[in-house]
Design a protein around this ligand. Structure first.
Ligand SMILES: Cc1ncc(COP(=O)(O)O)c(C=O)c1O
Length: 406
């Protein structure tokens, strides 16, 4: 089964509403529905297509499951869980293991259900009504989405056409809006760009509030802002187990930040939010750091192979420090339909990538996650075939009507 060409890749159609709210299933009578908060009415839900295809390269997961030895060690520990008891509320063992890996104090570590929940907790504590959150677009959509859900005002700076961030634009946004929270993702999703260290330092010098560096993909990149974290800086660095650690199914993420900030987050988050199995899974995973490093190296070399091969095709490939690559077919002749046409063609060949072509500032762009060598080869072959078929179609002249072209 493959998706129909009408499948939506970023916004769930069921949640796509208008100013008065989302469309409702026919069976629900609108008189029964109570109004959602005014500021949430026009909000679209976040959605990424889950389509049954042979090659799934759309959500930046690890291409490999965790090592077998991890699963064995996990099973052994899970057999000892006291199921009738609440889990360790402070997740002491997990936080100690994360802290040890990064050479920080456990009191500087806050863990939650995916880095999305880490970000949500930060924004519940430091954003909310009357406060302002800044992002630099295009970037990870959930930063602005979660900020809006907390009731905060979101302001956006603009990246340049090559998706780099001009320090003058950073200064403009920070000076003009004095945001309570500023986000940068490094490497940035969906562009793949690694922000320079000087940019984070600039933000730390200028920003009046909290700076969040989202490092969901940091292991694939050349530097990390972790070394900048200290108790006298309003900086947090967020990380996830979903990518490098091959644990997207577990939903586990964390941040490293100042002790005083972590203490505030503990007040905001729900009691016992991290279940016992997840705490064990995270702790056990860290015993396999060597295996994970080897996988990261493998992904990086596959990324280099894919990028080199794509450069032989009629596509613009944006430089990536992550486990995915953003690209734009026919960079000199793209339009609002060209990216979708390539996405459809790939789906017909049972290859799923992320369709970013309808997102603001990303007209014509698609994003491919680095998969196994076999998946990557299948993607490259499918892409070449789609581009060839579509190029022929695109260059075919319009039929003559009464001696003239339409
Ligand atoms: C930049 C960025 N931050 C955070 C996340 C969320 O990760 P998690 O699975 O830990 O919630 C993602 C997921 O794709 C991401 O791309």
């Amino acid at each position: 089964m493959v998706a129909s060409s009408a499948a939506v890749d970023s916004i769930d159609p069921a949640m796509r509403g208008n100013a008065t709210g989302p469309a409702l299933p026919r069976s629900i009578h609108s008189a029964l529905v109570i109004p959602v908060r005014d500021d949430l009415r026009s909000l679209d839900g976040y959605h990424s297509a889950q389509v049954d295809v042979r090659v799934r390269l759309n959500t930046n997961e690890s291409p490999e499951p965790p090592p077998v030895a991890f699963r064995d060690a996990l099973a052994a520990e899970i057999s000892r869980v006291e199921w009738h008891r609440y889990p360790d509320r402070a997740a002491v063992g997990l936080r100690a293991a994360i802290a040890e890996m990064h050479g920080v104090d456990p009191e500087q570590v806050f863990a939650a259900n995916g880095s999305n929940e880490v970000i949500q907790t930060v924004l519940l504590a430091y954003a909310g009504p009357g406060r302002t959150v800044a992002t630099f677009e295009p970037t990870y959509q959930m930063h602005a989405q979660i900020a809006r859900v907390t009731g905060a005002t979101v302001v956006s700076g603009e990246r340049a056409a090559d998706f780099t961030l001009d320090p003058a634009e950073v200064a403009r946004v920070v000076n003009e809006f004095q945001p309570d929270v500023v986000f940068v993702a490094s490497p940035n999703n969906p562009t793949g760009i690694v922000e320079p260290a000087t940019l984070v330092s600039q933000l730390l010098d200028l920003a009046p509030g909290l700076v969040v560096v989202d490092e969901a993909y940091a292991q694939f990149a050349s530097w990390s802002a972790l070394d900048l974290v200290s108790d006298d800086r309003a900086l947090v660095v967020t990380r996830t187990f979903s990518k490098t650690w091959s644990m997207a199914a577990a939903r586990l993420g964390y941040l490293v930040g100042p002790r005083w900030l972590v203490a505030e987050l503990e007040k905001v988050v729900l009691p016992y939010h991290l279940d016992a199995v997840k705490q064990i899974a995270g702790r056990v995973a860290l015993q396999f750091a060597g295996d994970m490093d080897a996988r990261v190296q493998h992904v990086v070399s596959e990324r280099d192979r894919i990028v080199a091969a794509m450069k032989e095709l009629p596509v613009e490939v944006f430089p990536s420090g992550a486990n995915f690559v953003l690209f734009r077919p026919w960079p000199d002749a793209y339009d609002e339909n060209s990216g979708r046409a390539v996405w459809d063609g790939l789906i017909e060949r049972s290859v799923l990538v992320r369709d970013c072509s309808g997102w603001p500032r990303l007209t014509g762009c698609l994003r491919v996650t680095i998969g196994t060598p076999e998946e990557n080869s299948e993607f490259l072959a499918a892409l070449a075939a789609v581009l060839e078929a579509e190029s022929a179609h695109r260059s075919r002249p319009e039929p003559l009507i009464n001696g003239a072209r339409k």
